[in-house]
Design a protein around this ligand. Structure first.
Ligand code: PRT
Ligand code: ZN
Length: 221
């Protein structure tokens, strides 16, 4: 990819993917890409698209492999709390799609009467840093059990007593005998950028893109 082109990291396929491509489309930008390809190109502006797993996007942007990226705030905040980079990327703006909540959920039969009920309990999650930060704010000591996926089955398998997972409609929790009891983090898709200064050409492109995105966001309000 050329140094002069603005490089955007977007989720290849998943819950952020359609919203990200729809946003570009609403900005008047069309992307040429093969379904299974790693790269895409914007026709109307000198912009390259890199298609990635969402989990890789913060690192690609922080490490300057991409200039900007679109990511779930939940994934980005978890990354920041883990502080694995010298110069982490920074959030530029919220994008108004892929809304969800990271929620503490407990078995339906629990009479949940506050976070102190979690004292000494095991909580399964894919977001250990966000979960630990919330527990600390609540003044609760609980064991956080890291799971990469299928977090909602942990209580049934006796791996954990409760879970802290992403909730959209709540149907997944319900189907697994769980109920949401507290919101740990409110999330939506966000635009992030590399912290280094862009070249004047790139900065101009970035500003032109931001202007278009802001125009789209305002017209939705
Ligand atoms: O393959 P790749 O690694 O790129 O994708 P992924 O599978 O890790 O992520 P993906 O595509 O599932 O989610 C990407 C982002 O979308 C998340 O980081 C969130 O910011 C956002 N998002 C919005 C969601 C949901 N809604 C959502 N409902 N992410 C996950 N879920 C899952 C949740 O984990 C649970 O399993 O959906 C289930 C709950 O949904 P409901 O509707 O039953 O409550
Ligand atoms: Zn992922």
């Amino acid at each position: 990819m050329s140094e002069q082109r603005l490089r955007i990291a977007i989720q290849k396929s998943g819950r952020l993917s359609d919203g990200s491509f729809d946003l570009l489309k609403s900005c008047g930008l069309s992307v040429s890409r093969g379904r299974d390809k790693l790269y895409g190109r914007v026709q109307e502006m000198p912009i390259d698209i890199l298609l990635l797993r969402d989990d890789d996007i913060p690192e690609f942007v922080a490490d300057d492999a991409c200039d900007i990226g679109i990511i779930g705030q939940n994934v980005f905040e978890e990354e920041i709390l883990n502080e694995s980079h010298e110069a982490p990327a920074e959030e530029v703006m919220k994008l108004g799609f892929a809304h969800c909540r990271l929620m503490l959920a407990a078995p339906k039969e629990w009479c949940f009467d506050g976070s102190l009920m979690l004292e000494g309990k095991r909580i399964a999650t894919s977001y250990p840093a966000l979960t630990r930060a919330w527990l600390a704010r609540q003044g609760v000591n609980a064991k956080v059990v890291m799971m990469k996926g299928s977090v909602e089955v942990a209580p049934r398998l006796k791996i954990a007593d409760a879970v802290c997972d992403i909730v959209s409609t709540g149907a997944t929790l319900d189907a697994n005998g769980l109920k949401p009891v507290a919101t740990v983090f409110e999330s939506e898709a966000v635009l992030i950028r590399n912290r280094q200064e862009f070249s004047p050409e790139k900065q101009a492109m970035f500003e032109a893109l931001l202007k278009r995105i802001k125009g789209v966001m305002t017209s939705k309000d």
